[in-house]
Design a protein around this ligand. Structure first.
Ligand SMILES: C[S@@+](CC[C@H](N)C(=O)[O-])C[C@H]1O[C@@H](n2cnc3c(N)ncnc32)[C@H](O)[C@@H]1O
Length: 214
């Protein structure tokens, strides 16, 4: 005769999720952010699904991470700071606020490619979040050759081109090809005349991107 014995898992006694959450809130109210962080993470890990976290709690947790990040950045604790950001992003991959902060931090460290990746993820998650647009713009400016700014701010040069191009188009030359268009300034001048057909060619992918950002 066989006897079926039910399988019993022995689970060590733990706080339940609401206890973790209560402790997280308690330490948050006491401005003890490292402990609030620890209990928030335990709370998230005790849930069946991370989607059970309320937007309010996610917002408070983001605030906690930001406070901790400020201190870690001031003390130059790169390793702990990255750990904290990455743990948060692993829990909440769409948290555009933290994605943006991590992107901005990587930019500060000079890791432009990694910065761009996180900033683009932040923008994907929230296309209207202005701080991320600003950071992407700073990143592009940083990658642009220095001489480009001097050239773009040379009023005499720009006015001379404006005069010459406008005069040609008014004489009936309506097809313009701007080879080496940069940010497209000369193309924009030519296209002031709605009858002009303008083609701009530029080898750099970055420069035309800057125009789109404006
Ligand atoms: C001196 S900038 C002039 C920019 C713009 N035309 C202006 O006047 O404001 C020259 C531009 O030509 C682009 N360029 C250079 N060689 C090129 C090529 N073979 N094909 C397309 N663009 C090129 C450079 O990337 C640079 O943006």
């Amino acid at each position: 005769m066989s006897c079926r014995v039910p399988h019993i898992d022995i689970i060590p006694k733990k706080d339940n999720s609401s206890d973790y959450l209560k402790k997280a809130h308690h330490f948050y109210e006491q401005s003890n952010f490292p402990k609030a962080y620890k209990y928030f993470v335990q709370y998230f890990e005790s849930l069946n699904s991370i989607s059970d976290v309320s937007p309010e709690d996610q917002g408070i947790f983001t605030g906690v991470v930001t406070k901790i990040a400020t201190v870690l950045e001031e003390t130059d604790d790169v390793e702990e700071l990255l750990k904290c950001y990455l743990q948060t992003i692993n829990l909440f991959p769409d948290n555009y606020f933290i994605l943006n902060s991590l992107g901005a931090y990587m930019f500060k460290l000079g890791e432009n490619d990694i910065a761009k990746k996180y900033l683009e993820l932040a923008l994907e998650s929230h296309p209207y979040f202005l701080p991320v647009k600003r950071n992407l713009l700073h990143l592009s400016w940083n990658e642009m050759p220095r001489w480009h700014f001097r050239m773009m701010n040379d009023r005499l040069r720009n006015q001379a081109y404006d005069k010459a191009i406008t005069s040609l188009i008014s004489k009936g030359y309506k097809n313009a090809i701007d080879i080496g268009a940069g940010c497209g300034l000369l193309s924009l001048i030519a296209s002031k005349n709605p009858e002009a057909s303008v083609v701009a060619i530029e080898e750099s992918k970055l420069l035309p991107e800057c125009v789109k950002m404006y």
